[in-house]
Design a protein around this ligand. Sequence first.
Ligand code: FAD
Length: 466
Amino acid sequence: MADYARIKQELDGIAVEDNPALVKQKSRDFYWYSPILKEELDNVVGDLVVSPTTEEEVIRTLKVAYAHGVPVTPRGGGTGNYGQAMPLSGGIILNLINMNKVKEILPGRVICEPGIIISELDRQTKEHSGQELRFHPSTKQTASVAGFIAGGSGGVGSITWGGLRDLGNILRLRVVTMEAEPRVLELSAWDLQKVSHAYGTNGIITEVEMPLAPAYDWVDVIVGYDEFMDAVKFADALSHKNGILLKEVAPIAAPIPFDYFTRHKPWLKEGQAVVVLMVAPHSMEPFLALAERMKGDVRFRSDTVESMKGIPHAYELTWNHTTLRALKLDTNITYLQVQYPGPDHVEKVRIMTELFPDEVIGHLEFIKFDGQIQCAGLPLVRYTTKERLEEIIRIHEENGCPIFNPHRYTLEEGGMKQTDQVQLDFKKETDPKGLLNPGKMIAWENPDFDFSAGKNYLFPGLEVFA
Ligand code: FAD
């Protein structure tokens, strides 16, 4: 057991919290989204929350943690939904939310600290020069920019700009290493893949440089269709219209909209599927012309409602907010993350929709993937058993629709089910004792793990919380 009284002394001058209730609160994220992770991680708790306000304080904290052999799990807003920010071996929770300054706003880019909340970052860049981040997670109001980079993948705006892993969608990161004498590294271009979506397992991000796009007063629109597949075809056709500027395109099957989008209910029709959209104001006319031609039933427009008071942003109906709204009203719901590789993505969606009537309820996000329009899915699943969930996953994969399993806390199982050599090599260089966010990178914890054996990885360190 580490000597936390001593560690606290050595961190004198840096904000440290060991009140058990507060430490427990900061040891949690949205892991409870998954009934499986809820069971596995419910008892996980750290020992100390350290909240640095400068890079120098981050360096001091890592130096002390290294000397004592104490694990460090970075944390931003704590909105990750796979237990990414949960300290599976206890230790220090490095709360970066107070490092929240914008350092410089330039044409097309912004330089800021890691913990700034994304909506605040967008507010400042918009006010400064009419710019905003190219895309953001639907948790924009609560998530930090570095948490998005380390834990997220894409989101609202990905229909135009793609995802975080696309070259150019992050410009530069400063990263502090976990060594006896922590180093500060500057990463750009291909090197960004070392830490982007690495769950903070191989460095602490202390500065971020992100590209910006022109900001618009995006119009929230909801278009209804009696059949889900008609909604999907409209979303696909619209997403292919190069001239119409969009920020969000999400077809969602019945009964999700009417049952779970409670604040929008007055505008929705029971039994209808919808497409939730964000459209640039100057694209509204051509957008409406296409909707009319494709017999869409435009049910809601934020630019024509009397007041938006009490009505959530359209993006808070999409991505994992769709799941959140369902979970609030029905705890038997869970979800999956599905890829429908193109160019026949619409046909793949049709096949999978017909295979699981009423059990898997469609929710798609249209995105630009390597320059091509495709769709990813976050369908809701009426949860019965772990075994049935595994079966649904298997059937998707047998039909050419890979699943990024949101019921696993490791990078590999939630991703491509293979070692990311670039991230592993970087970890060897930056975290030789394996103290950063332990348990999340299988390639580090158990290099011989066989992903093809069909078994789930269980981090041995979790036993202390059993
Ligand atoms: P946290 O949850 O605090 O951390 C995420 C990961 O990053 C953790 O592994 C943590 O250790 C690491 N980390 C945090 N800060 C640092 C740092 N400075 N240096 C190194 N590592 C760090 N994700 C999407 O990609 N797109 C979406 O649209 C989306 N929608 C969501 C909707 C809901 C309702 C929920 C619950 C989740 C959603 N997510 C989405 C997941 C998550 O909200 C986002 O990825 C979010 O950006 C995470 O930011 P955060 O500050 O909350 O990070």
